[in-house]
Ligand binder design. Structure first.
Ligand code: ZN
Length: 478
């Protein structure tokens, strides 16, 4: 099997992957900040890390993965205070929503889901180590990391801090590269906001120290892989490296993997542009969880992702092709015997599938191998050349494919219903007829906008309308 190669942001190159501890991969994934529903850009990264995780498992590695829930940061502290709620009360709804969303997208739970609020003591202990190593200073009740003392600062995000003014500080959790400064490890309490009484004084942790403390607690001082969206490389991951390595004097992470940005219809997603979608917004439009997962997994993680509704339609039909072939293999009656030629064909598809994933998780390459085989299998079946003994190798290959991509199981209806979406695309005949009747009424009223809206809604739910010559309407499921 081809050796796994991964792109390491730290070195800027593709490197062969070997874990530090034989047979085990220790991986940390920056999870969501639980102050709102996660959006499809977030899920691009989470689906990527799931594909990577599943591929490593397929290769026989035992996973030890941590994903944090950021439940302490500037926005949460401010929002919880404004709502007059405790942090737990404020974030719990979004934490549960995140777990449900992950289940819908068949994202395997990591070995440890951890919350910042449960690890304040670990953060305090890490800050004490940094104090002992003289990397910190206090100012107005807050504790800052002195980046001038850490010469490797900027190596991950490739920023130049040589001209930086000594002692310049930044208090907010999120800031731009241009504002690289000494950052807050521990923030002094502000009136009306939640804080903890600790050995290092009253206050709350900065966002960055949370991930360092929780990663090292569960995974040891040197991790194999750290994943996240590219927007986290600076300042978050840069600061994680500085804090961790200044405390332990050991390399913090061996492979840094970053997923690129997601655009929507070619534009940056933003609430003001009206192209901002949570995962639930997409389900609400009638798309299946498996479709969204397939689409998000189909573009290699280091490529910018252009999320489009056309792309969703295509992903839906690709997933259907796979399910249809899977059903055909189970239900079909094929002539007895086999030539062995098909088993060879499957083996070469399998090799290419493996090679694609080993090639820095190149999912597009792996999927091309799968769909070539799907096409050839369907053609062979149509021509009557597919034999009974050919079924097992193709089925085994599809099962292997699905261990990584996880789209074959037809459980979308169930998942959507559990999230409160009434059956998604599964409209009953009566519901479809009722919608068509409403559309006919709208047309009689000459309300063509309403008629078009209904046609579009049906189309999004996989129902195609055909106006007949006689003035009626025929419909079919896609
Ligand atoms: Zn993080």
């Amino acid at each position: 099997m081809p050796e796994i190669q991964l792109h390491n942001t730290l070195s800027g190159t593709i490197e062969p992957f070997t874990p530090l501890h034989a047979g085990e991969v220790r991986m940390y994934t920056c999870g969501p900040t639980v102050y709102d529903y996660a959006h499809i850009g977030n899920f691009r990264t989470f689906v990527f890390q799931d594909v990577l995780r599943r591929f490593l498992e397929l290769r026989g590695y035992r996973m030890n993965q941590v994903m944090n829930l950021t439940d302490v940061d500037d926005r949460i502290i401010a929002n919880a205070a404004a709502a007059g709620k405790s942090i737990r009360e404020y974030t719990e709804k979004y934490a549960q929503a995140f777990f449900e969303d992950c289940r819908a997208l068949s994202i395997e739970p990591p070995e440890h889901y951890v919350r910042a609020t449960d690890h304040i003591e670990d953060m305090v202990a890490l800050i004490e180590r940094l104090q002992a190593n003289t990397y910190t200073y206090n100012s107005e009740g807050s504790i800052y990391f002195r980046i001038a003392k850490f010469p490797a600062y900027g190596r991950l995000s490739k920023i130049d801090v040589s001209g930086m003014q000594a002692g310049a500080r930044v208090d907010v959790d999120r800031y731009e590269k241009e504002s690289a400064r000494d950052f807050a490890l521990w923030k002094a309490p502000k009136p009306g906001e939640h804080f903890w009484e600790t050995r290092i004084g009253p206050g709350r942790p900065g966002w960055h120290i949370e991930c360092s403390a929780m990663a090292m607690k569960y995974l040891g001082e040197t991790l194999d892989i750290h994943t996240g969206g590219i927007d986290l490389a600076f300042p978050h991951h840069e600061n994680e490296i500085a804090q961790s390595e200044a405390a332990t004097r050991k390399p913090f992470v061996r492979y840094w993997l970053h997923a690129e940005h997601l655009l929507v219809e070619g534009e940056k997603m933003s609430k003001s542009l009206g192209n901002f979608f949570t995962l639930r917004d997409i389900f609400g439009k009638g798309y299946k969880p498996s479709t969204v997962r397939f689409l998000l997994a189909s573009v290699p993680y280091r490529k910018q992702f252009n999320f489009t509704f056309d792309g969703l339609q295509q992903a839906a039909s690709s997933a259907d092709r796979l399910r249809n072939l899977s059903a055909r293999l189970t239900e079909g009656k094929f002539p007895a015997g086999g030539t062995g030629a098909f088993a060879l064909r499957v083996r070469s598809a399998d090799e290419e599938f493996e090679a694609g994933l080993a090639d820095d998780v190149n999912t597009a390459r792996a999927l091309a191998a799968v769909f070539d085989l799907v096409r050839e299998t369907n053609i062979a079946m149509d021509k009557g050349e597919f034999r009974h003994e050919d079924t097992a190798p193709v089925q085994e290959f599809l099962a292997k494919f699905d261990k990584v991509f996880a789209v074959l199981r037809d459980d979308d209806e169930e998942k959507l219903r559990s999230l409160g979406y009434g059956g998604g695309q599964g409209l009953s005949d009566a519901e479809i007829e009722a919608m068509i009747a409403r559309r006919n009424d709208a047309r009689k009223r000459r309300d063509f906008a309403a008629a078009d809206r209904i046609r579009k809604e049906l189309a999004e739910r996989g129902i195609i309308l055909e106006d007949t010559k006689e003035g009626g309407v025929r419909w079919k499921r896609k």
